[in-house]
Design a protein around this ligand. Structure first.
Ligand code: ATP
Length: 337
């Protein structure tokens, strides 16, 4: 699926040239479901990541992010639904490393190998020439440490090497679990530019992170999940513009109809609440018009992904969907799972 062309012009830790292939690959998750015994890890998830975008995959601990990424990368099997990379399941891709670069846990890198050996082995595994390892080593800013064993690497250096392994096959898409972990401010800035440059060259990036301010500075799209369900999805601007007003009513179904009729941009929470792009007084008027009894009316500050995250996942402890209103949130009022 990928083509190799001119050599990468890597300069120091400049991210330029991280992608040379012009292949494009989307990541498409539909109605994905996975349970572990009684525990539902992923509960009917839909998500589309398109070429040219960096999507931040967010959610509190246990929300189902890692399970989703593991299914997408062929490490776990879904009970139902699909998770496709460029239209194929990961396991069906003949040379997956040439299509999608994956870093789920940089701690699993072999401690006894040097950085260069790690990258050479990764290059061989996906059918790349071994000189690609030197290019990538430079790309991830580890040229000076290539002959050092991984056991002597700091956590941040391992993260860089892990990202290097993901990039080795010149893939069209990247899946990274907590890539900013352990990176110092310079490293975070480097990673942000690397991912931006990758996406600007037509690459597709899906990354999970708990570092919301960092995510806000890096991504252009956001998918937020709680209890395995999507609670917000859209461009960073759309999701953070939902700073407006959070409202809940005694009768969530009637509230949903009122919100829908108003035509106002809104996100539905998994507990049946809505976050509306309106001032509280206007939400109050809307409620009055529809004879609704409100149980919550809260102004959220604009522009912060952190505010949206906490409002939609209840201080990081995502709300359990009520049985009668278990619709997943959607960026508009008309979509329900
Ligand atoms: N192998 C497993 N066996 C049993 N339960 C599991 C397994 N993997 C995940 N789970 C459960 O599935 C749910 C989702 O877990 P998952 O690791 O996908 O969440 P997460 O969003 O990645 O969390 P974190 O941010 O803490 O990494 C959790 O309740 C977890 O305990």
């Amino acid at each position: 699926m990928t083509t190799t062309s001119t050599p990468t012009e890597a300069r120091g830790t400049e991210p330029a040239g991280t992608r040379r292939s012009d292949a494009s690959v989307d990541l498409r998750i539909e109605s994905l479901r996975k349970t572990y015994g009684e525990q539902t890890a992923v509960d009917g998830l839909d998500l589309l990541c398109e070429p040219g975008t960096v999507t931040g995959f967010l959610g509190p601990n246990g929300a189902g992010k890692s399970t989703t990424l593991r299914i997408l990368t062929g490490l776990a099997e879904a009970d139902s639904g699909t998770a496709l990379v460029g239209g194929m399941s990961f396991r069906a891709i003949p040379q997956p490393g040439r299509v999608i670069g994956v870093m789920l846990d940089a701690r699993t890198l072999h401690p006894g190998r040097t950085g260069l050996e790690t990258l050479r082995l990764a290059a061989r595994t996906c059918g790349m020439r071994t000189s690609r390892a030197d290019e990538v080593l430079e790309m991830v800013g580890l040229s000076g440490a290539g002959r050092k064993r991984v056991r002597g690497y700091s956590y941040g250096m391992r993260q860089r090497l892990g990202i290097g392994v993901a990039l080795i096959g010149d893939p069209a898409a990247l899946i990274l679990d907590e890539p900013a972990n352990g990176l110092d401010p310079e490293g975070i800035r480097w990673m942000r530019r690397l991912l931006r440059s990758f996406a600007d060259a037509g690459g597709t990036v899906l990354l999970s992170s708990h570092q919301l301010a960092e995510v806000q500075a890096t991504v252009d799209r956001v998918a937020m999940i709680a209890h395995g369900r999507l609670v917000a999805e859209g461009s960073l601007e759309d999701v953070t513009a939902q700073g407006g007003t959070r409202v809940a009513a005694l009768d969530p179904e009637s509230l949903g109809r009122a919100v829908e009729a108003s035509g106002v941009g809104a996100t539905r929470g998994s507990d049946g609440s809505f976050t509306l792009a309106l001032e509280p007084a206007d939400v109050g008027r809307l409620a009055l018009e529809h004879g609704l009894v409100l149980t919550e009316l809260q102004r959220l500050s604009d522009g912060s992904l952190e505010d949206v995250f906490f409002s939609l996942t209840e201080d990081g402890q995502a709300p359990r969907p009520a049985p009668a209103t278990a619709a997943a949130a959607a960026p508009t009022t008309s979509q329900e799972a």
